[in-house]
Design a protein around this ligand. Sequence first.
Ligand SMILES: [Zn+2]
Length: 738
Amino acid sequence: MRKALILAVAVMIAACTTTKNDVPMTTTTTTETTPAAPAPVATAASTPLAGNPLLEQWTGPYGGVPPFDRVKVEHFKPALEAAMAENLAEVDRIANDPAPPTFENTIAALEKSGRTLDRVGSIFGVWSSTMSTDDFQPVELEMAPKLAEFSDKITQNEPLFKRIEAVYNAPDVGKLTSEQQRVAWLYYTNFVRSGARLDAAAKARVATVNQQLAELYTKFAQNVLADEKDRYVVLEREADLAGLPDSIRAGAKAAAESKNLAGKWVISNTRSAIEPFLTYSGRRDLREKVWRMFINRGDNGDAHDNNAIITDILRLRAERAKLLGYQTHAHWRLENTMAKSPERALELMEEVWKPAVARVHEEVRDMQAVADKEGAKITIEPWDYRYYAEKVRKAKYDLDQNEVKQYLQLDKLREGIFWVAGELFNFKFTPVSNVPVYHPDVRVWEVTDRTSGKHIGLWFFDPYARPGKQSGAWMNAYRNQQRFDTDVTTIVSNNANFVKGAPGEPLLISWDDASTMFHEFGHALHGLSSNVNYPSVSGTAVFRDYVEFPSQLLEHWLSTPQVLQRFAVNTKGEPIPQKLVDRIERAETFNEGFRTVEYLSSAIVDMRLHLAGDQKIDPDAFEKQALAELGMPKEIVMRHRTPQFLHVFAGDGYSAGYYSYLWSDVLTADAAEAFEEAPGGFYDKDVAGRLRQYVFSVGNTVDPAQGYREFRGRDPKIDALMRKRGFPAPARERAAKQ
Ligand SMILES: [Zn+2]
């Protein structure tokens, strides 16, 4: 059920995310037993359920696989309704069990329930994030509030909460395993946090608010999707292509052809098309045009404008937080995180903000000097940043991204990623063709143990942009590892938005994109390494500000010589020259001011919006004022402006939570140094073993601060992060500890 909930409110997130809900409420399970008596379903009369593939057990190899090839949009509504009804019936049986509450008959029983809904929700989420067609969108919009209502019916079930409370407070709770105690704690806390203790009137209001929010989240995401699909820039003439390398031209040509604009070129309104254009286009007028289109997604004053939706979301979130007994939405969200409070998260962000802004001013000076030398007679504007940064990179470090790109073939890097997983975790990836997919571009690999051959899970890879697919890159788990009743292996996926090149030619990607691939694969490895009993604490179901740690850590393996020499090869099979690698290393912290400020401004605005409390907020005005107060450099715009901030407004997941990437990066940088200090470097077996044992395999069975401490032998320190980003060390050492 957990997954169904989050997926219902749209999950994908630009530049990465996992799609896990961090609010495990009831459960997930896959296997066997359909409930003895299928629950009566109100709507079933008009919609026959027989033959609905979504409601069937997953059959086929690997413990069953999703029936992607048989799913039709019309299956979703009846399947979701039937699965919710079934789950509610299960929950009622648990709540009304005449036997005294025990872990087994209450918590474990909840973990076993909702398996049909979990399967349906999982596939529903795939459609929502990657196949959001015109016929799917109304279904999603209709089901989102119903799923929210369903979820509240469970957390507001009083007899059920009494049983959970009794198990959690039982005098002999210490006799449970530590994992069981943590699962019991999670249930208890999440029920309380969802309002289980409120009076009837407050509960009813929370439920109404949740339904309204679910609908607003869906509309928000669909609006961004519409602007990304319907708005694009057409390049009419050869002269419009000035400066663009061949690979970008080919992508733009293919995009034009797909829109029946043969003979022209199209720059799509998606990050993977926009950023390369801004980096290389010599046409300043077109750079500005493309930039404006991109940063105004959801902010065009038309039918897809998100401003009013944001105002409503913020108001409802503030009201819900108050009802639940919290000062603000941010305080509610951060309670169950490593940071614990918005103040601590802000403190970390502010510590990094100042040196980052100082670096931006240096970067702008360097760029202005290049522009002046060229006689460009311009002042650097936001649409010039990437373009002139690239020129500075060339001048300062003799490093041309395009020179690097020829060695970054998507397929080869994927092999490199597999190889790293083999070295670190002894995983082996084998392509399989006996598993249904939902789109011909999707490919599947079986993951096994390299030594024993034991099946570990499946990895789906959906690499290309297409209409109806959310932009950015993300990981998703279709099924969680668990073994408390039967052994269930995981199915995970990585999703990206690479612009398809010419057919038959290897797809070349940028260094940043390669890094993102390693990042998302880190989430996938986190899911695949899971070795726990209960689904609620499986894989990536960890605190939001901890979940980016495994993924960000994996990014470090891209630049290891072992990967570069073997997998960064051009189409002739020649590896990237060492001289070029040296130059990449020297330029490692180049443009870090831009990267950090672009990200941090979004994270700080997110936090401030959710600390603002119960007032009517005009998003554009609030954003402007917050940035002015921060001293935002005028040459940079937020990575995600408020009207397109999917992380924050397409669901609760990353709301007041975009800081998580920075928080996790404190751990990441510190953990990377553990490898650097080890005799075997990034391939040190000892450190890799500890990483798997205490971080990747434990899910949410242990407190992350404790897990980290066991891996590292101490709490994390912020110095490593500052070193990694090339900023001066902080005045005082501050541990980002629990
Ligand atoms: Zn991530």
